[in-house]
Design a protein around this ligand. Structure first.
Ligand code: PHE
Length: 350
């Protein structure tokens, strides 16, 4: 049906309605009128509405809009006539506003964020390997984020440009000269290795823990960087812990998490708190991908927390949780994880 024709039909209907309403003199007649025009089954409006189906798609919005106007107008006319004919007894509405027999709609509920799903999955796998879950604070002091981890005062890792230091009363006042006091500034932790120190300070040996949580670095966001991300830290301290065990644990972990028999590669590296230190790569989907760092706990770290490095040994590792999550779910831009766009997040509903 052509748009013109449809609009003409509508206008005709409205005109008819006008003139026949003028002749309506009783509440009964008004009810008859109401049924004739707005009846849900065979009212005149209903039959015109059916014609909407045969209107060209591009004209539908215009046709629908006009239809709604005419319908509203007729309903208004009925309401006015009802008032004129004696208020109370007149029909209050021209049709049911709410149909209580329709089935209910289940409200949309949220889904577990893919990072949260990953954290749970990692805890479960590492739990099976005998690692207990511990937590540490996100606001840290210099001791736990640097000093005890063998990161000296002049180390570039402490650069204010690479860390989120918190403004304190002290850091906001002009520097006092030659006081020689230890720095008291706090910062958002830049790594979960802080938890290694916290655990060794208070727990009895031997110990085998993981700690998962947020870390913060002032990186400009792009597809692979975000100023906040998550790490999984692992620490195993016992009498005779070896690098071979480290490799086995990381390989077993990857095999469980990524699936299949995952190959692992250690590349020599440097971290102040491990010696020797390595970067950990996994062979996945045809390429080597770096997932984090690891190594044998440095004797200086043991000494900082009062553990005898001659009697005890240990390994530590830190893996990037976003990387693990993104690989598994096929996510290519880390920023998508933190846009809070439910259309994206709902795809990972379990
Ligand atoms: N903390 C290191 C990082 O953030 C990773 C690491 C953890 C390396 C434990 C060695 C041992 O890059």
């Amino acid at each position: 049906m052509a748009l013109d024709q449809f609009l003409t039909t509508l206008d005709g209907l409205l005109e008819d309605a006008h003139s026949s309403l003028e002749r309506v003199g009783t509440a009964e007649a008004l009810e008859e009128f109401r049924v004739k025009y707005t009846g849900a089954k065979s009212g005149a409006l209903k039959s015109v509405q059916k014609m909407l189906g045969s209107i060209d798609v591009k004209d539908k919005p215009a046709a629908g809009k006009r239809f709604n106007q005419v319908r509203d107008r007729i309903e208004e006319l009925i309401a006015q006539a009802a008032l004129r004919l004696g208020g109370e007894s007149a029909p209050k509405s021209s049709g049911p506003l709410l149909d209580p027999t329709l089935p209910g709609l289940r409200p949309r509920i949220g889904t577990v964020h893919p990072i949260t799903q990953t954290l749970e999955h990692l805890k479960e796998i590492m739990g099976r390997l005998g690692f207990n879950v511990t937590e540490g604070p996100e606001i840290e002091d210099q001791w736990h984020n640097f000093v005890a981890l063998n990161i000296p005062e002049d180390h570039p890792a402490r650069d204010p440009l690479d860390n989120f230091y918190l403004a304190t009363a002290k850091s906001l006042s002009p520097p006092s000269t030659g006081s020689g006091e230890a720095p008291a500034e706090r910062l958002l932790r830049s790594q979960t290795s802080t938890v290694q120190i916290r655990v060794m300070e208070k727990e009895a040996l031997p110990l085998r823990i993981i700690s998962l949580g947020r870390v913060y670095r002032p990186d400009a966001p792009d597809a692979t960087h975000f100023p906040m991300f998550h790490q999984m830290e692992g620490l195993w301290v016992d009498r005779n812990v070896t690098m071979a065990q480290l490799k086995s644990v990381l390989r077993l972990f990857a095999t469980s998490y990524l699936g299949g028999d995952v190959n692992i590669r250690f590349r020599p590296s440097f971290f102040p708190f491990t010696e020797p230190s390595v970067e950990v790569d996994y062979w996945w989907n045809g390429q080597w991908i770096e997932f984090g760092g690891a190594g044998m706990v440095d004797p200086n770290v043991f000494q900082a927390v009062g553990i005898d490095p001659e009697a005890w040994s240990g390994f530590a590792f830190g893996l990037g949780v976003e990387r693990l999550c993104m690989r598994r779910f096929g996510i290519t831009d880390i920023r998508d994880l933190y846009r809070s766009d439910v259309r994206f997040l709902r795809q990972f509903a379990t």
